[in-house]
Write a protein that binds this ligand. Structure first.
Ligand code: APR
Length: 278
């Protein structure tokens, strides 16, 4: 599936002990673990008779209007993520980190599902650019630091309501205000403190290769990483099931490598080609 030009590039990349990679992942890498992508049909959320898109429900505006409905959606998503297992794509990214080491490898993931870390990637080399579902923060906020996700929630389906006891668990232990998921919402801005915005861009500038996996290119920082890579002549490799903004743009640019297919099949092949030259 991977042609000889790309193989030669990957051999060359791996053989140099200086060359660095940034791997940027989106919901597509977790699709084979059974977690619905955001812009696929299962990403939608029904509240009453209204069907919300993630872009509508995952917002600070909606949290202020209907905090219980937003928490219900997140608790359901957390149940789905907690029950999922890393797939071959996650395992390949973890193997890539082990093979290349901290000096040469950075993972930037938009996914809050925790599957990369469970597959073996280290927090040290992983930028959680949209936050993560293992933490909450005070919505007021009385203090800035994220707190570990409180324990004691029953698994949720789309239909299950939040019990009164569970609602209490969602209050900030310091000031009693409601906590919020430690994630970046659609109507919020990236920053360095929570989402490692500057670090992600700096690592991209300093990289030789940017591998973008399973993301539609609808969010700001991934798009900036892609544009930075183009400006800085960083080699770009796209791994995606379907055509999207990135694939169309890269085709127009006339450079880079586009690997269409499932990340759980392509990434293990990429890693095994790199391994031949390590
Ligand atoms: N292998 C590779 N790519 C896949 C696979 C797969 N098995 N399955 C789906 N894809 C691709 C889809 O074709 C699509 O291009 O993954 C992409 C998923 O796109 P989105 O659902 O838009 O997810 P993502 O790009 O991660 O969303 C970005 O938006 O909703 C917010 O904050 C949320 O982090 C999320 C961000």
């Amino acid at each position: 599936m991977i042609n000889s030009e790309i193989k030669a590039y990957l051999h060359d990349f791996a053989a140099s002990d200086q060359k660095k990679v940034v791997v940027l992942t989106g919901a597509g890498i977790s699709a084979e673990s059974g977690i619905p992508t955001f812009r696929g049909s299962e990403g939608y959320w029904q509240a009453g008779s209204i069907n919300y898109k993630p872009q509508e429900i995952g917002t600070l505006k909606m949290f202020k209007q209907s905090p219980k409905e937003v928490w219900k959606w997140f608790l359901f998503r957390k149940t789905v993520c907690d029950n999922a297992q890393p797939n071959a794509g996650h395992v390949a990214v973890a193997e890539m980190e082990k093979m290349l080491g901290s000096a040469r490898f950075t993972l930037a993931t938009q996914n809050v599902d925790g599957l990369h870390l469970r597959a073996g990637n280290t927090l040290r080399n992983t930028l959680l650019i949209h936050g993560d579902l293992t933490h909450v923060r005070c919505s007021r906020p009385c203090r800035k630091e994220p707190m570990p996700f409180p324990k004691g929630f029953a698994p949720k389906t789309r239909e299950t309501d939040i019990s009164d006891e569970e609602w209490e668990l969602l209050k900030c232990p310091h000031c009693g205000a409601l906590t919020r998921p430690h994630v970046l919402w659609f109507d919020e801005y990236y920053n360095e403190e929570y989402y490692k915005y500057n670090t992600a861009l700096t690592r991209t500038v300093n990289a030789d290769l940017l591998i973008i996996v399973g993301t539609s290119g609808a969010t700001n920082l991934p798009m900036s990483m892609y544009n930075t890579a183009l400006d800085e002549d960083v080699q770009i490799m796209l791994v995606n099931l379907d055509e999207n903004l990135f694939t169309r743009s890269l085709k127009l640019q006339g450079g880079g490598f586009i690997l269409m297919g499932k990340s759980g099949e392509i990434l293990p092949e990429v890693v095994s080609i790199m391994r031949e030259s390590i």
